[in-house]
Ligand binder design. Sequence first.
Ligand code: PLP
Length: 627
Amino acid sequence: LELYGVRDWGEGYFDISAAGELVAQLPLGKQASQVALLDIIQGMKERGIEMPSILRIENLLDDRIKALNEAFKHAINEYSYQNHYRGVFPIKVNQQCHVIEEIADFGAGYHHGFEAGSKAELIIALSKLKDDQSLIICNGYKDSEFIELGLYAKEMGLKCFFVLETPSELPIILECSQRLGIEPLLGVRIRPLVIVDGHWNEDSGDRSIFGLSTASLIKVVEQLKESNMLHCLQLLHCHLGSQIPNIRNIRSGVLEACRFYSGLMEEGAPMGFLDLGGGLAVDYEGARTNSHHSMNYQLDEYCANIVETICECLDPLAIPHPVIISESGRSTVAYSSMLLFNVLDVRDHCPAPLPDSLPGSSHELVHNLWQVNQVVAADNFQECYNDALFYRDEVRELFRRGQASLSDRAIADNITLAVLEKVAVELKQTDKHYPELNNLPEMLADTYYGNFSLFQSLPDIWAIDQVFPVMPIHRLQEEPDRDALIADITCDCDGKIDHFSNAKGIQRTTRLHTVHEGEEYYLGVFLVGAYQETLGDLHNLFGDTNVVSVHIHADGSYDFVREFQGDSIADVLSYVEYDTKIMTEEFRQLAEKAVKQGKITAAKRKQMMKAFKASLDGYTYFEKEEH
Ligand code: PLP
């Protein structure tokens, strides 16, 4: 089933088994070790972990760290580069404790460090980092508390760099350094001029809110010279933006960074570290193009381009090769997490069977619509589409003004659906493009109601129209027979997934299976490990979902290594400052009043109090009743 493009976006980590189930797979033995996601859901159910849940595959994350480090190692060997690579994971991309601990544990083998953009993130880095060869890069605005912490880390032997984002940070760093008698490791963040393709192109350019202008950079160098501290300036930082889809932009950015690097060496700074920030993209579409959700390069090519460009720029100047640092977040964590949820309901938009003839009392415009429905054919379907929508809207307008009955409106809506269905059939028979009919599939698509909150679990779909791979995780040996879009369970019309990527590019609907009465239908949204968990919000008070981490073994078995219970209703209420004890008392008073008024019995009150308390302890998502 190529429909969902698993092999295009899955980077080899997902496939479809002969039994029609989506499997996660890892290259652990001679053959890939595969685990069916449905099997994991079954195991979760048996352990009482309900949908929706985030599933993390712990050693898939390890594999990403390995892939990045090995790809740089390979490029470094290929170009006889005279220094090494050090990766740092930007904590903001996924701050969840398990993710950070796994990166620290597995990453230690590669001296993979952390990038911290705030005091809280620095505290995470300091407490979780396992290895003193790894780097800590401190970006963002830093007050003296932040700086003191970083200086203590340096004194304990950690390579903790402060990257200057603004000139005003330097006096604070110098003051703290003098006071504590600890010399800092310093970096400067430049504002590259390269404007990259993709969504995050405001991290670079003259008007970028990050980094030093060239004038400020020179000022910083002068201040360092004056304070006899220029020897502390060892790192140049350059971040072009996240999710850079075009490799040519990356090359241009590295070239510009190297020019700054050599300029700073000319000024007398020792340098030694070149930090190229994030930007390594994820091919959410699997299209290998330079569109926002894709990328026109692969990991090996990314590393080779960086190494080659540095050599090309610095070798003619006889500048020693710097340690290459990258702050790859998205590409490191996106693949290892997926959101799994069940479908609660499906609303189809099929017309009800039409009567043999219209009631005589029907409005004249309804009769016109009826006529349109009789004549839809290959040579007039666009005309019929236009006529049907025109008559339907007229009837709706008359209904609003009280000149058509409810029954007229209902029949008109139904006949219109019948016309649109016939038009859709005709449209499928032709190769000709009818731009005006582009949204026809969407108008006729079924709505699948999923047990999740888009705002909590997939906020980038709402915020920036991000496209993630979405697909059923089972029944994949069956041809899906419905056009669908997916709605979440918030009461918000923005809470829907209506952009899907497939072999034909980005589509407004996807194909899903008919859901059979009494059977569960599970969908997964993939590559959600980066940014989604922390950017999610409490819209409609749907809280954090359950999280399960599994570790896959070479023989295809797996362990549930960690489980986190999602928020209860009491948890989310406390986040918005409710006191659930007071709320319980208020509910008790309401119930007691009802007893007094004879509306309920005391025994009923007991039952109601029990239900109230059970709800407070319950999951914020739809829970299936247990019998
Ligand atoms: N470094 C910095 C300074 C960033 O601002 C970001 C995110 O925009 C990153 C690293 C991570 O980028 P990515 O997730 O594209 O790897």
